[in-house]
Structure formats: C-alpha cells, structure tokens
Write a protein that binds this ligand. Structure first.
Ligand SMILES: *Cc1c(COP(=O)(O)O)cnc(C)c1O
Length: 357
C-alpha cells in the first residue's frame, strides 16, 4: 500500500483504483496477463479503440481529428510534429518558454525547417509566458509548450493566429478544458497526467495527414502511417495504453476534465495562497502565468532549506526538490493528486513558519 505523497514532476501519480485494476490485469486479463497478450488480439484492439475514443470524449475532440498512441515520448514528438507540419514555406515559429520548448525548436531544425524563435521569456529565466507577439502569416506552424513543467508557467489562453498551431501538452493535458479545434497537432507523453511512461498521445487534424513537404519522411514518423493502421502500425506499448484507458475511464466517471479542472484549481489556490502569505516562501513564476500543475517556489532564507527538507521528508512527501535550472522547490500536482496531499504540504510550511516566528 502506498504511504507517501508523490509531488514528483513525472512519471505521475494515478488514482489508487487504477493501480489496483492494472495490477489485476497483470495477473489475469481474460486468462492471460495484459503483459503477454497479442496486440492483434480482439481484447487488445478493444482496449486501443476505447482508449482512443475516451481521449476524444474527455477533450470533446471534434470530428475530423484522429487520436494516436505512439512511442518515443514528447521528445520524439518534437521531431514528428515538425516533420508532419512541414509546409510550403519550410519555416516554423516557436515560442521559447523553457527547456522543453527549446528542445522542440531544435528538432524543428533537425526536420530541415527554418526555425524562428518569435517570442521568449529566457530574459527572466522563463518565469513568465510571452504575450502579444506578432506572428507573420507565412509560417508553416507555430509551436507552443502549454505548460512549462520545469519553470512552473502555463498558457492561460492560447495565441490567436491564422498560422496552424502545434502544442506540446505533456504536463497539462486532461487537467483543464481546451478547444482542440484551435490546434493542428497536440501531443503529450503519457507519464505526466495520463498513464505510465511508454505511450505518447497525438491528437491530429486529419486534414494535415499526408501533406508534409518533408522529403523521405521515415515511415514510423509519418502520422499518416499510424492513422491508416488505426494506431496499430507496429507493436504499441500495450500496458501503457491499457492503464491510460483505465485512467480515462476513471476521469470520465468522476466528472471528466471539467471536474478535474475545478479540483486542480482548488489545489493550486491552496498552495499559492500559502506561498503568498507565508513569509518564509516566495513563488518564482509571475502570478498571472503560474501553472496549476507544477508549482515552483523558493525559501526567502536559504539557511532554512535543510530544516524544511527534513520536515517534508518526515511528513511522507516526495519529489519536492526543484529542478536545477530554478532551484528551490517544485510541487507537481497532477490530476490524481488529492487535495489532502496538498494540505499536508501546506501544514509543513505553516509549521516551519510558526517555529521561526
Ligand atoms: C516531460 C516533458 C517532456 C519530455 O517528455 P518525454 O515523454 O520524456 O520525452 C516534454 N515536454 C514537456 C512539457 C514535459 O513536461
């Protein structure tokens, strides 16, 4: 039985019921283990189809979009999205909101595109989301990272543009309602909010399939390949997809994304409120762009860090150490995190403040 509160940035926590059901399927899934069944078996084809359709249901994906479960993580998604979106002008615009966004733009170059960073928050160590920038209409696409896992910032609204929009949503997909019709490609590694590592979900406007101007696009990296094969071109990551499907069932049975969004807002409000009112702590991201998924903060007196570390460790919290690019602390509060866990963290923060007052 789990005894700790996991604030780690990924892989993510999942609902206890999902862990339990997944563990049963490891031992017995229609007389075999889920780990050994053929991906061509009718049982797994049903799982794949249900997973794809639950993604559509959870995010109200409009007609004309296909949902695919691929491998390679968002890191390969950087390249896949750029190759598949290569258009007439062979040039792409990227918003640089941090380490993952930068890696995405690097793969745009590897896809043979001219890459322009049209906006960046690097001047302030990525503590805000650039806004109000111009996007000339001759770009093949604009790429954004909707939630910046490392720096704790999140797009609260998406850029208005006539240029096709591509988004890495690895760390906030299914955490809030979105208008999928604004995007040509959305992609996300499963392990931040959907399921175990291994699968990468793609939501793709069917119109773009097969239109890439990239020469000799490798078969696996061509999204048309996977669409034509119903996401079964080769052996998919069976277990990751199965558990993602269970998690989506659980999400939809508990009010869907709309209810998850409210729970996430309540958790974020609780913690940000403490950060803003407790004299020992300070948030690192500007208020209007703060992420509801990854909360980054530092202590106002570094000398207290060791003591605070010991206190939260003793309280059963794990994964709170900040990324080295930001320092301090990062509390990742993905969908499955209960507000009770956030309350434990807040109590520890209050306790150290009382001690030092
Ligand atoms: C974790 C993360 C990635 C990298 O994902 P992989 O699946 O490990 O390749 C990319 N983008 C964002 C926003 C992330 O949080």
């Amino acid at each position: 039985m789990k005894t700790k509160h996991n604030f780690g940035a990924g892989p993510c926590i999942l609902p206890q019921e999902v862990f339990e059901e997944a563990s049963k399927a490891v031992l017995d899934f229609n007389g075999l283990s889920i780990l050994e069944i053929s991906h061509r078996s009718p049982e797994f084809i049903d799982v794949m189809e249900e997973a794809r359709s639950l993604v559509k249901k959870a995010l109200n994906v409009p007609d004309g979009y296909t949902v695919l479960f691929l491998q390679g993580g968002a890191s390969l998604g950087f390249l896949i999205s750029a190759m598949n979106m290569s258009g007439a002008n062979k040039k792409a615009a990227y918003v640089n909101t941090g380490a993952w966004a930068k890696k995405a733009s690097k793969e745009g170059k590897n896809a043979g595109l001219q890459v322009d960073i049209i906006a960046s928050s690097e001047d302030q160590n990525f503590n805000y989301i650039p806004k109000g920038f111009d996007i000339s209409s001759d770009y093949d696409f604009l790429h954004i990272t909707t939630n910046n896992t490392i720096f704790g910032t999140q797009f609260k609204s998406f850029p208005e543009t006539s240029v096709p929009l591509v988004a890495d949503m690895s760390s906030d997909i299914f955490s809030k309602q979105i208008d999928v019709s604004k995007f040509d490609i959305i992609y996300a590694g499963a392990q931040k909010n959907l399921g175990p590592a291994g699968a990468t979900v793609f939501i793709v406007k069917e119109e773009i399939l097969g239109k890439s101007t990239h020469q000799n696009i490798p078969t696996y990296l061509n999204l048309l390949t996977h669409h034509e094969k119903d996401s079964m071109f080769n052996t998919p990551p069976v277990f990751s997809i199965y558990v993602s499907m269970l998690n989506l069932r659980h999400l939809l049975a508990n009010g869907g994304v709309a209810a998850a969004e409210q729970r996430n807002e309540a958790k974020a409000a609780l913690l940000y409120n403490e950060i803003d009112s407790n004299p020992l702590f300070k948030g690192t991201a500007v208020k209007e762009d703060r992420s509801n998924m990854n909360v980054t903060f530092v202590m106002t007196d570094d000398a207290l860090t060791d003591e605070f570390n010991k206190m939260w460790n003793d309280a059963g919290l794990v994964g709170l150490k900040g990324h080295r690019d930001v320092g301090g602390f990062r509390a990742s509060m993905y969908n499955a995190m209960n507000i009770d866990s956030v309350e434990v963290l807040v109590e520890v923060m209050q306790e150290i403040a009382t001690k030092k007052a």
